[in-house]
Structures are given as structure tokens and as C-alpha cells.
Design a protein around this ligand. Structure first.
Ligand SMILES: Cc1cc2nc3c(=O)[nH]c(=O)nc-3n(C[C@H](O)[C@H](O)[C@H](O)COP(=O)(O)O)c2cc1C
Length: 183
């Protein structure tokens, strides 16, 4: 677990804004000697949501042997995660939501975490105009992490109504690098 970071790219745009910011965090972590494992969720065939089978409650891990399993295993082995997503209709992307629901497999029946409780998270949400909604979405992602014992150490919620290419400013890059050092 020591030294490993799992990065989830929730945008279908591999070079979109949230992915770019997540990559800055990942690159900074790598430069610090961390092992980074990135999952571009839109490129993974066969992602499925939680089936509410409750198998995880007796096995202490998700029992669905599908494309999401390596992602969950990577998270369980990591000291930190990066969750990045565009804002879609005021929420995270469907690609990320599918994986988030599978975090249920990290929880006991009474919502205690199977994870060590020492892991950290960075959260990135990019939107066009809905900055407040992006902040709410980030708060929701933070809550999911907290339930699993993963502490959010830095959120970047960015909006640009005029030209989305302007989102990744030098200030945002500096903030992303700063968060990477807290992971
Ligand atoms: C399906 C869809 C829904 C969207 N919904 C919102 C929204 O509710 N609020 C908003 O501000 N932007 C919305 N957008 C714009 C994206 O959030 C915005 O372009 C974002 O910066 C894209 O992030 P990315 O570059 O990481 O893909 C939506 C875009 C799409 C494709």
C-alpha cells in the first residue's frame, strides 16, 4: 500500500480539464517517487454498478468478478486516491458513479469501513457554469470517501462559462501540485 496512488478519470475526454488536473496531481506524485495507477474509466469495457447482492458483507470485498474489480483492488492497495470528474447535470459522470457505488464493497453491514482508515483523497470537479454545483458534487464525493475512511485533503472545483480551455490556469496548476504533496 505504501507509495501507491490510484487515479480515477471520470471524464470521457482523456485530455479534458478534469483529466488534465488529475494528471498534474498524478505527475507530481510520481515525481515524489509514488507509484501511480490511472484508470481512464470511459475506456474500460464492462464497468457495472453495484448489484446489491450483499456478498461483500460476508467476504469483506466485492464478489463481482468484473472490470471494476481491478479498480477496487488498486484502491484497497493504495495510500491515496484521486477522483476526477466533469459535472454532468450537477453530478459526477456516470462512469465515475458506477465505480463509486461499488465502494459499498468497502463497507460492513453497519457502514464501518474494511479499508485501513488512513488513506487520503484528492477531488477534482470541472464544469462550465455550475461552480456551486461543482462544489456540491465535490462535497458528495468527499462524503463517499469519508464513509470508507478515506480523508479528502484537497478539492479543486473549477468553472469557466466563457471558454473551458481557460480552466487549467497557473493558479489551478499550483493548487494541484500543492494537493499532490498532501497525498
Ligand atoms: C452530459 C453533460 C452534462 C453537463 N452538465 C453540466 C452541468 O450541469 N453544469 C455545468 O456547469 N456544466 C455541465 N456540462 C459541461 C461540463 O461539465 C464541462 O464542459 C466540463 O468542464 C467538462 O469537463 P472535462 O473537460 O473534464 O470533460 C455538461 C456537459 C455534458 C457533456
Amino acid at each position: 500500500m505504501a507509495g501507491k496512488i490510484t487515479v480515477l478519470i471520470g471524464s470521457p475526454r482523456a485530455n479534458g480539464n478534469s483529466a488534465k488536473i488529475a494528471k498534474i496531481i498524478a505527475d507530481e506524485c510520481q515525481a515524489k517517487g509514488k507509484e501511480v495507477k490511472t484508470f481512464q474509466l470511459d475506456k474500460i469495457d464492462g464497468l457495472r454498478g453495484c448489484r446489491a447482492c450483499n456478498g461483500c458483507k460476508s467476504t469483506r470485498k466485492c464478489i463481482s468478478k468484473d472490470a471494476t474489480l481491478p479498480i477496487l483492488e488498486s484502491i484497497a492497495e493504495s495510500e491515496a486516491i484521486v477522483l476526477s470528474t466533469p459535472l454532468y447535470f450537477n453530478m459526477e459522470s456516470g462512469q465515475l458513479k458506477l465505480v463509486l457505488d461499488r465502494f459499498y464493497g468497502f463497507l460492513t453491514a453497519d457502514f464501518q469501513t474494511f479499508l485501513p482508515g488512513t488513506q487520503k483523497a484528492a477531488i477534482v470537479v470541472s464544469c462550465m457554469t455550475g461552480e456551486e454545483s461543482a462544489e456540491n458534487c465535490a462535497a458528495h464525493l468527499q462524503q463517499v470517501c469519508a464513509m470508507c475512511g478515506i480523508q479528502n485533503v484537497g478539492t479543486i472545483a473549477v468553472a469557466d462559462p466563457d471558454d473551458e480551455k481557460k480552466i487549467v490556469t497557473s493558479e489551478v496548476i499550483a493548487r494541484a501540485k500543492d494537493i499532490a504533496h498532501k497525498l
